[in-house]
Ligand binder design. Sequence first.
Ligand SMILES: [Zn+2]
Length: 553
Amino acid sequence: MEIPARAKKKSSTREGQFRYALDMCAKTGDLAGALALYESAVAENLRLSAYHFNSLLHIISTSIGTFDEPSKKSSIDTSFAIFDRMAADGATPTEATITSMARIAAQRPDEGANLAFDLVKTMGERYGASPRLRTYSPVLSAFCRRLEADKAYAVECHMVSMGVVPEEPEIAALLEVSAKVGREDKVYGYLHKLRGSVGCVADSTAEILEGWFRSERAMEVERSNWDAGTVKDAILMNGGGWHGLGWLGEGVWDIRHATVNSEGDCSGCGQRLACVDIDRMETEKFAVSVATLALGRESKSNFRTFQEWLEKHSEYEAIIDGANVGLYQQNFADGGFSLSQLDAVVQELFERSQGRWPLIVLHKKRALALMENPSNRQILEKWRAEGALYTTPTGSNDDWYWLYAAVKLKCLLVTNDEMRDHIFELLGRSFFPKWKERHQVRYTFNKGDLMLMMPPPYSSVIQESDTGSWHVPLDEKCDNEKLRNWLCITRPASLASSKGVCLAAGHSTQTSVEPRQMTSPAEDVNGEQKLPSSFQPCNDRAVCVTGKRKDRP
Ligand SMILES: [Zn+2]
């Protein structure tokens, strides 16, 4: 008689049955069951694989935190016995093994954190395994819990040396331990690391920050004299929103929960928040990488000619992706191109910047076709005479030209192109999105009326002002900037005193790197300011119409 498949499976190897039973224990978090299974496997002299050992250690590591002291101690001993057995059986520990062991070891009250750190430090050399962020977390929190700040810093150094980047929970833990042991230099450093790595902070992080600013040590850190010019220069070089020169001001810190209006003014202190750009060096590097990519794809001599031309014509405040505007909501099948739409954008920018012409980048072939119509010809010739038009040569991809011009001249770029094409992918995801947020101007035509959507007037990221105050955006999940809560952290004594500089009472303004631009945000018909475009519902039609256009021969 045939043995049914199911029964066959059931009567498969003892190892198979063991694995099945262990998986069930893992699913239900049945530690006692898992340990009993292990005992029986040892008694039967079953050969266990790395999978079995890892599964056992994982079950222990996830439940050990809830044990009372005696059970905790015995579980730790059992885990180390299992770990030794694993080595004896020739099963190589993996990253998962060490992560579980680090979690377990860190529970030991005395030397646990050191033991856990040793496991992590030696895992590469011993087992060829690489730690992940989760491998470090138990070690780091154990040192932070024990207020062993220097050891916590050593863990961070090791992480960085292994290419593991700390995230908000790790940075917050490091900041907290630094605050508790009164290391104000470290608190300052981690506050900047936090600024660089997250936008809005979690509630738990905000509590840690409040704890620091309310502490006595925070009150004592002071600098009443500083060079305003140096601070402002640093802010400019950094792209706005921070200087990184250390704590400024003196006395107690005033911590409020505030909101920020659409212009960027804080309801707590009246300061205007900055729109944070990528820093100067990154911008330069970015321009070089755009040029390098362009030169690799475009005719070298054509693009070089453009670069040289741009060197001599560097006064523009805005660049217009001419094809994107002209083809907006036009019928592609007819090859429709609306020069009047493009002209409306040009005029609007011209007026906003008190008579400075933007630069329109347009394909030569397109310009020639438009010239056939006398009224178009007049407009184009006017632009050309004013130096407002650059026609890209036959065979070129004008995307490279307008993008390069906007990056190089650090100015605004008018286009609805989301810049998600493969060519933009080459520019990387680290700071290109940030650059776009700061420089891209989107537009719509509603029944023929143009509306420009300028970049947001301020950035929802941690900000440090030139007077030493701090603003920290909260509510990670809030998607309406008007409603977002901020921590507004200032030093009233410092603001009121005459010792410091830039201390003009009232409406102090954050030094911000303005791209040379007309900053007035677009207004709607009621004269109300629009929310920054990035917070507005996406205009699907605009995206789908303009996203696909290709204006190249
Ligand atoms: Zn404020």
